[in-house]
Design a protein around this ligand. Structure first.
Ligand code: NAP
Length: 282
């Protein structure tokens, strides 16, 4: 039967602002049964109210701080206790860090939130997703992955940190993860794809260093997409019947394109998987 997003159970992380919120609103309007994830109770309740009023139905949220593996495990447990299926997982929560920060788990925060957050949550929910097949896993990466490197001897940039270096590495990890996951899910009826949403006017840019802010607001912002336009890229991967069975691909401007050469390295993807599994204790 052709894929139809109506009544599908959809979990959206980073749903309190930006493209996560915009895509949650659109998917709920299309009839999906959307569950939001946020880290702050007030912002999460406000997002829930916005999605509920746009869709004209009840919407729930769960709390998680993706910089804490304990919190991710609690989120997965909460979700599995409350919901018996998961048709679409949207890994979207993420951000940048101006200076190097280490999480309570001892991991550089950009890699921990942007990559290990997706990795651990997906793995904890995977059995339920596979049972719900046909199902989809959508991973929000970035064109910034093209500038990413993967140095397993210094994954956390202890030898020299830069905001863009850390962000690009985490986004390269997103693309590698999504395609490795696609390979691992062959034959299950679950697809896994990643995407770049475009340059979108969201809160993420407030994390840029001070010197970059005038450049962003004067030179770049006029060309930015709105959160709604950026959210459409997620909606497409989650909802489009044309993408039935399409897996392991990376999308820009709503088209499957080749990612960076490093992101196509299947041995690197497999190694990243093993290293990530150790880092999250799987
Ligand atoms: N905007 C762009 O131009 C662009 C381009 C390429 C890729 N992306 C990707 O798009 C995704 C969404 O970003 P956005 O642009 O929509 O930015 P945003 O408006 O800042 O939204 C980020 C979302 O992630 C949540 N989040 C961040 N850190 C978290 C943590 N530790 N635990 C739980 N939730 C956390 C935020 O929660 P709070 O509301 O609590 O902060 C928010 O809901 C990110 O993965 C980003 O890398 C964005």
């Amino acid at each position: 039967m052709e894929w139809n997003i109506r009544d599908k159970k959809v979990l959206v992380t980073g749903a309190t602002s930006g493209i996560g919120l915009a895509s949650a609103i659109e998917l709920a309007r299309m009839g999906a049964d959307v569950v939001l994830v946020g880290r702050d109770p007030n912002r999460s309740a406000s997002a829930r109210d916005q999605v509920a009023s746009a869709a004209g139905k009840e919407v729930s949220f769960l709390l998680c701080d993706f910089s804490s593996q304990k919190s991710i495990r609690a989120l997965a447990k909460d979700f599995l206790e409350r919901h018996d299926r998961l048709d679409v997982l949207i890994n979207n929560a993420g951000g940048v860090n101006k200076t190097r920060r280490v999480t309570e788990d001892g991991i550089e925060a950009t890699f921990a939130v942007n990559h290990l957050g997706y990795f651990l949550l997906t793995n904890l929910l995977l059995e339920r997703i596979v049972k719900s097949a046909p199902a989809r896993i959508v991973t929000v990466a970035s064109v910034g992955h093209r500038r990413g490197t993967m140095d397993f001897d210094d994954l956390g940039f202890e030898r020299g940190y830069s905001i863009m270096g850390a962000y690009a590495r985490s986004k390269l990890a997103n693309v590698l993860f999504a395609s490795e996951l696609g390979r691992r899910l062959t034959g299950t009826g679950v697809t896994s794809n990643s995407l770049h949403p475009g340059a979108v006017d969201t809160n993420i840019w407030s994390g840029a260093p001070g010197w970059a802010k005038p450049i962003i607001s004067v030179l770049l912002k006029p060309f930015f997409l709105s959160a709604e336009e950026g959210g459409q890229t997620i909606v497409q991967l989650a909802a489009s019947p044309e993408l039935d069975g399409v897996t392991g691909r990376y999308f820009e401007k709503k088209r499957a394109v080749s990612p960076a050469k490093l992101a196509q390295d299947t041995a690197l993807g497999a190694r990243l998987w093993d290293v990530s599994a150790k880092m999250v204790g799987l």
